[in-house]
Design a binder for this molecule. Structure first.
Ligand code: ATP
Ligand code: MG
Length: 431
């Protein structure tokens, strides 16, 4: 074999394997999410990870970062342009329209899954990453805006994150109000051409509101003095925003009004919000969303008010890990290790393991497989996370007993009748 043929193939840059040591944290997070969605009456939707490219170009906007430079787009074998989904909202709207879910009814949907963006990989930013999102359809008033924010706030509370995240809100107003504001903003930026960086100069034509998002310190002063969208809201949007604030106040949810929060995507209007943390360095946004009343129509449906958000699972799991918030018992492992002492008892061990699993459905039992000397079997038991090993030899079988050996504390080993074993093990399975 030539040297190059033997070279090991590696994963694609920015796309991660989720290893067994990390997956318990994901499962912990996912279980909380699933429970929460049920408690708020949200239904799960699953859509394909590939869509026609036009779906994203038309919904997210041609001049956004995502569509301009981050999409994984390719021609399939019959020449159609397809794209790996960079976010979930467009697919969700497409599916809801296609199956008539928006026809004379409201919807509260949630989804979870991988998204793909060709960005520069770094901590908290990957090319395949995962989001949990919610999308609601058919609700016009600010109550649903508050409801999805409260849902996210409860998730932080359930995860122990409340003290580590901040809610920022803003209103983008109606499309018309924003267009008028956009003109004022462009005029202001044109007066300050000398401080605009290259990115901003480009955006001045394509997407001037996005300039407000810039983190460039050299532009900070100029941006702070820029005209504010909040002062140019239409009356209805202003009322909507005031009502939302009153609902958050009444619910005890703290927030900061960030007049420069504009979000990267074209389809937002009125309420926008982000949950941010300072515990992750520069990739600090863990959840972002808002209202997108125009999107369904933009994709060919009937005007339908809509509100949603998406959260980045990698960033949240990283936060849980950094702050050590996942309880030990959720971190996987097993409770007991069942160890046949030699080949002759393998079959009995196998059936005993099955009996115990039937009797104690929450018991985490690992059966020793693969033979080996007694010494190497005990080593494996020690290496497992089990606190107890169940030893089974010919003597035990003759007596209808097992030997319990305590792996983690100084305690005499103990012979236990097989008939009483399940009862004895129950205490080990408090979960
Ligand atoms: P950012 O400003 O960090 O690029 P964004 O505005 O592009 O975020 P959204 O499209 O609003 O992000 O996605 C919602 C959430 O998904 C983000 O707040 C973040 O937590 C997560 N997210 C977005 N892009 C990535 C990525 N490349 N890797 C990991 N998580 C991501
Ligand atoms: Mg981005």
């Amino acid at each position: 074999m030539s040297k190059s043929a033997a070279k090991k193939i590696q994963a694609i840059r920015g796309m991660n394997d989720l290893l067994p040591s990390e997956s318990p944290r994901w499962q912990f997070f996912e279980a909380k999410v699933r429970q929460l969605m049920q408690r708020y009456g949200f239904d799960e939707i699953r859509t394909p990870i590939v869509e026609q490219t036009a779906l994203f170009a038309r919904s997210i906007g041609e001049v956004t970062d995502i569509v301009e430079k981050e999409m994984y787009t390719f021609d399939d074998r019959n020449g159609d342009s397809l794209t790996l989904r960079p976010e979930g909202t467009a697919s969700c709207v497409r599916a809801a329209m296609e199956h008539g879910l928006l026809h004379n009814q409201t919807q509260r949907l949630w989804y979870q899954g991988p998204m793909f963006r060709h960005e520069r990989p770094q901590k908290g930013r990957y090319r395949q990453f995962h989001q949990v999102g919610v999308e609601t359809f058919g609700f016009e008033g600010p109550d649903i805006d508050a409801e999805v924010i409260l849902l996210s706030a409860r998730l932080w509370q359930e995860l122990g994150l409340s003290a580590h995240v901040t809610l920022e809100i803003n209103s983008l107003g109606s499309a018309e109000a924003r267009a008028a504001y956009r003109d004022k903003l462009v005029a202001y930026f044109e007066q300050h051409q000398d401080v605009l960086d290259e990115d901003s100069k480009r955006r001045l034509i394509s997407n001037p509101l996005r300039i407000l998002d810039s983190k460039n310190p050299a532009m900070a002063d100029m941006l702070n003095n820029a005209p504010q969208l909040m002062d140019h809201l239409d009356e209805e949007s202003r009322t909507h925003f005031e009502q939302l604030k009153a609902m958050l106040d009444a619910s005890g949810i703290g927030y900061v009004i960030n007049p420069r929060l504009v979000r990267g995507l074209d389809y937002y209007c009125r309420t926008v919000f982000e949950w941010t943390t300072t515990a992750l360095g520069s990739q600090g946004t863990v959840c972002a969303g808002g209202r997108y009343d125009g999107l369904v129509e933009q994709l060919g449906g009937k005007t339908t008010p809509a509100v949603g958000f998406a959260m980045g699972i990698e960033r949240l799991v990283l936060l849980l890990e950094t702050l050590d918030l996942v309880p030990d018992e959720a971190l996987g492992g097993c409770d007991v290790y069942l160890l046949p002492m030699d080949e002759s008892v393998t079959v009995t061990a196998l059936t005993l393991a099955e009996t115990l699993r039937s009797e104690l459905p929450t018991l985490r039992l690992q059966l020793h497989c693969g033979g080996g000397s007694f010494k190497s079997r005990m080593k494996k038991a020690d290496k497992s996370a089990a606190s107890v090993a169940i030893l089974l030899g010919e003597d035990e079988i003759a007596e209808q007993t097992v030997t319990l050996k305590f792996l983690r504390d100084e305690r005499e080993q103990q012979r236990v009748p097989q008939a009483e074993l399940a009862n004895q093990l129950k205490d080990l399975v408090s979960h």
